[in-house]
Structures are given as structure tokens and as C-alpha cells.
Design a protein around this ligand. Structure first.
Ligand code: NCD
Length: 304
């Protein structure tokens, strides 16, 4: 049995396998030609301890497109609120023998911990600030569809790199696939240890030129122990994307954001809605074939 806990566990060949299967499902969804009963006798448990729109919904749609049943456990209405601890909650749910668990938790390593106790594949749908492997896979699928390749692309991540699990997983995946990586952030939102092989800048003026892709990242205020940025307005003035700035510094760059997009902070509306520039809704759409590929590979025993 294999789990999907993080990009750091995957080889380039593993990543290729997920991307090829995701590409297959992109086309199959378009043609209506996939196996709709592949997981028809399976039950998938969603254990989301943190809020989610895109990840939770697209995992559910992906599961249903493959014929699986989904149980959405809700922390707010669970026995956690009656004083049951995390380990007992996990052991209780695992005793019901789901066929896979998709989980998101604010504490580092929670999916790995559950993988050690559960008898089924665990899929990480967001691990603290540290890992979000299916987001990195769907972003890679989006890049490959748009550019036809990942190798050699200059991808610039802007924003709260220090607290972003999307940044961590994307940097790991894109580095393995041969992209050139840059990060742009205020000094206070830079990671403590600069990721190997990544160029770091503190201004858009320095970091944007020659980027093929710019990916903005939300300020993860829930992961900051105090306000690290004095105001959203000030952040936008220094790090927000505008059409005029992109026209001047990186006119050919495509814009990505994993969502949730906070308009007027990461970028102005015109950038988000520009069909020539924005890949944001393409990323969302690619969540479905990517997560179908992950469920297929991990739940049908095709994992290496
Ligand atoms: C991100 C997450 O939850 O990690 N969103 C997502 O899954 N698409 C990013 C965020 O919350 O900022």
C-alpha cells in the first residue's frame, strides 16, 4: 500500500506517473470516456480539520466521478467537541475501515501519523505549512498543459513563502522537474532556510523580469503568531500584481494562484480576470483529473 504524504517522498518517475494519469483523466473527462465504476465498492473518508473549498470539493467530485462513496467527517460536530482526543478519534474512525482517507490538519506531520495507524492509503490534502502534494501536482499539470513542458520554465512565487504549504510542495516538485525557481517576499515572510537552488528577491522590480509564470500566495494570517504585515494595503502596494506592472516587468508571464484569492491583496481584479494571463480557474478545474489520478493510482494497487 502506498500513501501520498508529500512531494519529498516522490521520485521524478512517480511524479511523471501521476501527471500522465492526470492528463489521461483530463481528456477522458472531456470525452466522457473513463471507467465510472472504477471505485464503485469503495468508501473514502474525508477528515478535514481545517477549512477548504477547492481541495475538499474537488476530492469529493473526483471520488464520485470514479464511483466511490464519500463520507465527510466534520470536526465541529464530532466528539472532539466532547473532549475525545485526536488519537482516539483517529483510531475510532480507522476501526470503521474506510478504503482511503483524505486529510487536512494544521499540525505538522498529522497525515504521516495517521498513515502509521490506519490500514488504508492516506492522502495528504494539506499538512500544516509544510505540504500540499495534490496542489503541486495540479499546478504542474496546468503548467504542462499551457507550456508543453516544465523543464527550464522560470517560475516565480510571490508572497507568504514562510507559511505556505503550497510554496513548499511546489518548490519541491518544480525543482525535481527542472524548473528555475524564484521567490519574492518581504524579508519577514521569507522561509528561515532558503530552499536550495531558489533565487530570492525582496521586490517585484528585481524578481519579476524574465518570469514565465508568477504564482501569488495568500498571507497565511492564521499561521502567524502576530501581525507580520502592517496592512493589506501596504502589502498590495509592494507585492500586489497589477496589469501595468506586469506589462512593464513580465509582459509574457502567466499568473497562477492556488486560491483562496484575496482580491486587492495578492493582485488586482483585472489581473485575476484577464483570460490572456490568468490560469487560476484552469488550476481549479485541474483539481478534478489530478485527484482522480491520485485515487486511481493509490486505491487500485497500481502504485509502484
Ligand atoms: C491552499 C491551502 O489550503 O493550502 N488552498 C488550496 O488548497 N487550494 C492555500 C491557502 O489556504 O492559502
Amino acid at each position: 500500500m502506498r500513501h501520498l504524504l508529500g512531494i519529498d517522498d516522490l521520485s521524478r518517475e512517480d511524479i511523471e506517473r501521476f501527471l500522465e494519469r492526470a492528463h489521461y483523466y483530463t481528456e477522458a473527462l472531456f470525452e466522457g470516456s473513463w471507467n465510472k465504476t472504477l471505485l464503485s465498492d469503495r468508501v473514502i473518508l474525508h477528515l478535514f480539520f481545517e477549512h477548504s473549498t477547492r481541495t475538499l470539493t474537488s476530492f469529493e467530485i473526483a471520488a464520485k466521478r470514479l464511483g466511490a462513496e464519500v463520507v465527510n467527517w466534520n470536526p465541529e460536530t464530532s466528539s472532539l467537541s466532547k473532549g475525545e482526543n485526536f488519537i482516539d478519534t483517529i483510531d475510532t474512525l480507522c476501526a470503521m475501515r474506510p478504503d482511503a482517507i483524505v486529510m487536512r490538519h494544521a499540525d505538522y506531520g498529522a497525515p504521516k501519523f495517521v498513515a502509521g495507524r490506519a490500514g488504508c492509503p492516506i492522502i495528504n490534502g494539506g499538512d500544516s505549512w509544510r505540504a500540499h502534494p495534490t496542489q503541486a501536482l495540479l499546478d504542474a499539470l496546468t503548467l504542462r498543459q499551457h507550456f508543453g513542458k516544465i523543464e527550464g520554465l522560470c517560475v516565480t512565487l510571490i508572497g507568504d513563502i514562510a507559511h505556505s504549504r503550497v510554496a513548499t510542495s511546489n518548490i519541491e516538485l518544480l525543482r525535481k522537474m527542472g524548473a528555475k525557481l524564484r521567490i519574492i517576499a518581504p524579508a519577514i515572510l521569507m522561509p528561515e532556510k532558503r530552499p536550495e537552488g531558489v533565487e530570492a528577491f525582496n521586490t517585484l522590480e528585481e524578481g519579476l523580469p524574465h518570469s514565465d509564470v508568477v504564482m501569488t500566495l495568500r498571507l497565511q494570517k492564521e499561521r502567524m503568531d502576530r501581525a507580520l504585515i502592517s496592512s493589506d494595503g501596504e502589502y498590495f502596494r509592494e507585492f500586489g500584481l497589477t496589469t501595468s506592472l506586469l506589462d512593464r516587468l513580465a509582459p509574457k508571464a502567466m499568473v497562477m494562484d492556488p486560491g483562496p484569492l484575496v482580491r486587492g491583496v495578492q493582485m488586482e481584479d483585472e489581473v485575476a480576470e484577464d483570460p490572456r494571463r490568468s490560469l487560476i480557474l484552469k488550476q481549479v478545474a485541474n483539481g478534478i483529473p489530478t485527484r482522480m489520478a491520485v485515487l486511481d493510482i493509490l486505491m487500485t494497487g497500481k502504485a509502484a
